[in-house]
Design a protein around this ligand. Structure first.
Ligand code: SF4
Length: 403
């Protein structure tokens, strides 16, 4: 049987961090929420080291991942590492559940709440262990006076756990409760959308990639007609249509060729542009791409990828984009590369960050990365938008959107 919660793509699941001090009962709470033993539960404080992920189907929301994190009051050198790991989880979380144990809201909990608020992560407070210790009037006043949602539960006695699930659903950002649009606002029911999908060496064997499948599904969900062709068959596919297609969506890597084939009166965009809008802020990324025009000799560019993967000889991030940017600008640009969850500390050294398509990140994580760059005054764009810029078609592919 397929576990739907585990099978959902990483970027589509809501990430929920369970945070609090050591021994507040975070692990027991996840066990009660998921009905499974997923974390080591011990009466000894500080048992949880690295964050433990538990996929779960939280209805009516859908697939979520609970992260059981180390206590934010951990001590010593190892404790500092654990706290760092917990902060990393918080940075990619859509919501946080702040768990209070028998001590209620003390200085640690106040620090945790301040941290979560500073990171702009929606949260709720859970008073756990209420079978032994009810929250004090001061604890309740603390939450009420600050409009903080709270709930009293006992993970041990399974008390108020369904109510907690509902409170979590109520706290989840609206983005997760509505169907995120990719291209659905760009065409009407019954219209034809042409998808251009190159099948080259980088295409996975025997299947389409997730962004292509997601766009295709959205077209079908909206009762429009999808026509899919490789770039070499595109002209023929367009000729075959009795009615003019309302939109052509292409892989960015063949945008120049496709742009030359698609008549000017048919709107054209790329999968990358759709995902840049869906997953982040298209305007920030288009502004970032326009920065390419003013790059100078010696400027440093950071190519940032959200995960590590096998590098091909003509790798898009390592080879193609640097070459296109050098060709387009005619400048001697310097490229650095980073992969994984973190930007380098010296972000301000870069004239521009060019980010990958972020298929492994959710919207919240990507928006945080964009805002970190904006806050530090570093322009950021992504692969697809940068490619369209260097191929001279940026204005055309962003024309369908109101920026
Ligand atoms: S687009 Fe980014 S996150 Fe997705 S596979 Fe490539 S490097 Fe990883």
């Amino acid at each position: 049987m397929v576990d739907n919660a585990a099978a959902a793509p990483r970027a589509l699941r809501c990430v929920i961090a369970i945070v609090g001090r050591r021994n507040a009962g975070k692990s027991s709470l996840i066990n009660a929420l998921t009905g499974q033993e997923v974390a080591i539960v011990s009466t000894q404080a500080g048992t949880t080291t690295d964050a433990v992920a538990k996929p779960y189907e939280l209805l009516p929301l859908g697939p979520v991942t609970f992260y059981d994190t180390a206590g934010l009051d951990d001590e010593g050198e190892l404790g500092a590492l654990r706290i760092k790991a917990t902060h990393k989880v918080l940075a990619k979380s859509d919501i946080a559940v702040v768990v209070c144990g028998e001590g209620g809201i003390g200085s640690s909990e106040k620090e945790i709440i301040a941290k979560v608020q500073a990171m702009d992560v929606p949260f709720l407070v859970v008073f756990n262990k209420t079978d032994c210790h009810a929250p004090t009037i001061n604890d309740i006043d603390f939450c009420r006076s600050r409009n903080i949602r709270f709930i009293e539960v006992s993970a041990q006695k399974n008390r108020n756990i369904d109510e907690l699930k509902q409170a979590i659903v109520d706290t989840v950002p609206a983005d997760f409760k509505k169907d995120p649009l990719l291209a659905g606002d760009l065409f009407e029911e019954g219209e034809t959308v042409v998808l251009v999908v190159p099948i080259d060496l980088s295409a996975p064997k025997g299947r389409l990639i997730l962004p292509q499948v997601q766009v295709l599904r959205e077209i079908l969900d909206r009762n429009a007609v999808a026509v899919t062709a490789k770039e070499c068959n595109l002209a023929q596919a367009l000729d075959n249509q009795k009615n003019k297609p309302s939109l052509v969506i292409t892989d960015s890597q063949v945008i120049k060729k496709v742009s030359a084939i698609v008549p000017a009166d048919i709107r054209l965009t790329t999968f990358s542009i759709l995902f840049a809008r869906n997953k982040g802020d298209l305007k920030i990324m288009v502004d970032g791409a326009r920065r390419i025009d003013s790059l100078q000799d010696g400027d440093k560019i950071l190519i940032a990828e959200a995960c590590s993967h096998h590098v091909l000889s003509d790798d898009i991030g390592k080879v193609k984009i640097p070459n296109w940017m050098k060709q387009y600008t005619g400048k001697n640009l310097q490229f650095d590369f980073c992969q994984g969850a973190d930007f380098p500390e010296n972000l301000e050294d870069y004239a521009l960050v060019v980010h990958c398509g972020a298929c492994m990140l959710n919207r919240v994580e990507m928006v945080r990365r964009l805002h970190e760059c904006v806050r530090r005054g570093v322009p950021i764009t992504n692969y697809g938008v940068a490619i369209s810029k260097t191929q001279g078609v940026l204005d055309r592919v962003v024309a369908p959107f109101k920026l």
